[in-house]
Design a protein around this ligand. Structure first.
Ligand code: PGA
Length: 255
């Protein structure tokens, strides 16, 4: 097996941070620092920032994504945004199933699957998040949890469509806590997710799918994490809001 089968992806998840003006300033700061990146670089930003973010990123190697999308094409879903709407304004990526959506907004494996389906149907690239809670890791059921999340999220997704799916393994206990999974833990769980993909779609698909790690990844620990065979980049929260830190992670993934 050859890691060169996969190109690493570093994606920022800005969460509920940055006004449009602040978004443009941050993107202008990031752009020159990542100009020679040898990996794909994405910034997933709040809905209201998407338009100006795409404008600011135009002509650079920074791609822009959203942080969620609804499964319906349109309709009476007050406050929601459809995948078709994102596609219509030129958005390329969308995060789906982030643990904060699961924890605070009632997202389930089933609604994650519906959103994945809608995103793929509308030609978006999906960053699908899976990951266990602290008690689940302590209880020794991490593999069981990520297997189920991955399988349900990918129900009715074909092998060809997998080319538009990135999986982000994000242990919930490591998100925004300063606690990072060790490189061994990240590699092991990412490997378990790759095994599920192999069971569902075969070895070729498993070798090709990009599986990121996310959870307090930063300029100091990125090198060790992305050096692992099964860690194909990262989904970065806090550190993606600081251009030099984000750029250092991009550099680590470019080696
Ligand atoms: P963090 O967030 O890097 O701040 O831990 C990661 C994420 O939630 O995607």
């Amino acid at each position: 097996m050859d890691k060169k089968l996969r190109r690493a992806v570093i994606a920022g998840n800005w969460k509920m941070n940055k006004t449009p003006d602040e978004a443009v300033a941050l993107i202008n700061e990031i752009k020159p620092l990542i100009a020679d990146a040898d990996c794909d670089v994405v910034a997933c930003v709040p809905y209201v920032d998407l338009f100006v973010a795409m404008e600011a990123a135009r002509g650079s190697n920074l791609k822009i994504g959203a942080e969620n999308c609804h499964w319906a094409e349109k309709g009476a879903f007050t406050g929601e945004i459809s995948a078709a709407m994102l596609k219509a304004i030129g958005v390329e990526y969308v995060i789906i199933g982030h643990s904060e959506r699961r924890q605070y907004f009632g997202e389930t494996d089933e609604t994650v699957n519906q959103r994945v389906r809608a995103a793929l149907d509308n030609g978006l690239k999906v960053i699908l998040c899976v990951g266990e809670l602290k008690d689940e890791r302590l209880g020794g059921i991490t593999e069981e949890i990520v297997r189920k999340q991955t399988k349900v999220a990918l129900a009715n997704v074909t092998e060809a469509e997998l080319a538009n799916i990135i999986i982000a393994y994000e242990p919930v206990w490591a998100i925004g806590t300063g606690l990072t999974a060790t490189a061994e833990q990240a590699d092991e769980t990412n490997g378990q997710i790759r095994k599920v993909i192999c069971e569902l779609y075969g070895k070729d698909a498993a070798d090709k799918i990009v599986i990121q790690y996310g959870g307090s990844m930063n300029a100091g620990n990125a090198d060790e994490l992305v050096a692992r065979y099964n860690v194909d980049g990262g989904l970065i929260g806090g550190a993606s809001l600081k251009a030099p830190d984000f750029a250092a992670i991009v550099k680590a993934a470019s080696k």
